[in-house]
Write a protein that binds this ligand. Structure first.
Ligand SMILES: Cc1ncc(COP(=O)(O)O)c(C=O)c1O
Length: 381
């Protein structure tokens, strides 16, 4: 089977982890944590990084920093992972959804303003499968309505957005450099991994300080076992950060490999009947974290059947997200009842992603494309 993803780990990771073991710095203090935080923040164009155990908790802390009152609203895409919406409900807030853009599969930014109410406190854009959200309209809304932006940049290490592209030549900026707070995942299938891990980036020193406090049980610096706020143990270990730092040292190569993979898939799958491939808008640098495809309903195939047929040919895949409005857990909480988001509903049923890991070889990619082509040509005849 060709796997969907395998982490790419090397000698440098081993050297750094060995250093942790030899020196005994295996917990959440040590040189790798700070270095990883600083270097990741710098790479993304931010001032402060706060490393945590995964991005699900990074989003929780970021939303906690908004100090929502019960019933306050956060606008986010329905087409995302549950971490985003549950971060809002855990903070007694209400997630308010918008549909996906049919080309990029990211949130349809043209739908956001209509969802703003006097209770809206923040927008949470989620960059999907490697392609940036069109950030400028969201930044303008955030300014006009005094909203925070929490970017979920879990999937877009190294991706860029051409800020100001509507007005002129614009400036390329990394995804994760826009939000009041921006959150990253370093899970094993991400471009940079720490095994499990995450980080919140911000330019605001007060927020950085609060995030550091929340991550570490809100111990007061002046009096250790004395608390004025409830926090969490969301710490990352030095061992994990050691792996992350080694990974970060070769991020340019990793991003290049992903972009090669994206271009190679797109070229080889061009003209296959009934298949939508990822786009790269002129204002975007897509890092093809996962190479998603969406089947046209006219093929008579849905993603589940397509995945089975690919598996029979030795190709592993993963389904697309199922929209938040279709999640029984939220329906049971009385959320999103009767709401429909046709793009998210269609791509959830018709979309999956193909093997996209950093270890994927050209020969494997060719085999994947041959299998896709064979299946779709057969159903088109
Ligand atoms: C957009 C997005 N947000 C959040 C997560 C959750 O990541 P983690 O496993 O680091 O909590 C993922 C996981 O892939 C994701 O794709």
């Amino acid at each position: 089977m060709i796997p969907v993803n395998e982490p790419l780990l090397g000698e440098r990771e081993l050297d750094y982890v060995t250093e942790c073991v030899r020196t005994g710095w295996v917990s959440s203090a040590g040189r790798f944590i700070e270095e990883f935080e600083e270097r990741w923040a710098t790479y993304c164009g931010r001032k402060y990084g706060v490393a945590v155990s995964n991005v699900t908790v990074a989003l929780e802390m970021a939303v906690q920093c908004l100090d929502l009152q019960p019933g306050d609203e956060v606008i986010l895409p329905t087409f995302t992972i549950i971490s985003c919406a549950q971060a809002v409900t855990y903070a007694d807030g209400v997630p308010v959804l918008v549909d996906a853009n049919p080309r990029t599969w990211c949130m349809d930014v043209s739908q956001v303003e209509a969802k703003i109410t006097p209770r809206t406190r923040a927008i949470m854009p989620v960059h999907i499968y490697g392609h940036p959200v069109d950030m400028d309209p969201l930044l303008a809304l955030a300014e006009r309505y005094n909203l925070a932006i929490i970017e979920d940049a879990a999937e877009v290490h190294g991706a860029e957005y051409l800020s100001g592209w509507r007005e002129g030549p614009g400036t390329w900026r990394k995804c994760g450099s826009f939000g009041t707070m921006s959150c990253f995942s370093f899970y094993a299938n991400k471009i940079i991994t720490t095994g499990e891990g995450g980080m919140v980036l911000t330019d605001d020193p007060a927020l950085a300080q609060r995030l550091r406090s929340l991550r570490n049980l809100c111990f007061r610096p002046e009096r250790r076992f004395y608390h004025t706020e409830l926090g969490h143990n969301f710490r990352l270990t030095n061992v994990q950060a050691a792996i992350g730092l080694a990974q970060l040292e070769r991020i340019e190569e990793s991003v290049q490999h992903k972009r090669w993979m994206g271009a190679a898939y797109t070229e080889r799958l061009r003209g296959v009947p009934g298949l939508q491939s990822p786009v790269e808008e002129p204002w975007a640098k897509n890092v093809y974290w996962m190479y998603g495809v969406v089947l046209d309903e006219s093929t008579g195939l849905d993603a589940v059947t397509f995945a089975q047929r690919l598996a029979e040919r030795g190709v592993m895949t993963r389904p697309f997200f199922l929209g938040m409005h279709e999640q029984p857990v939220f329906q049971q909480m009385g959320l999103f009842r009767g709401e429909h988001y046709p793009v998210a509903e269609r791509i959830a049923r018709q979309g999956l992603y193909l093997p996209s890991g950093l270890t994927l070889t050209e020969e494997q990619l060719d085999r994947v494309c041959a299998a896709v082509r064979q299946i779709l040509i057969a159903v088109s005849q």
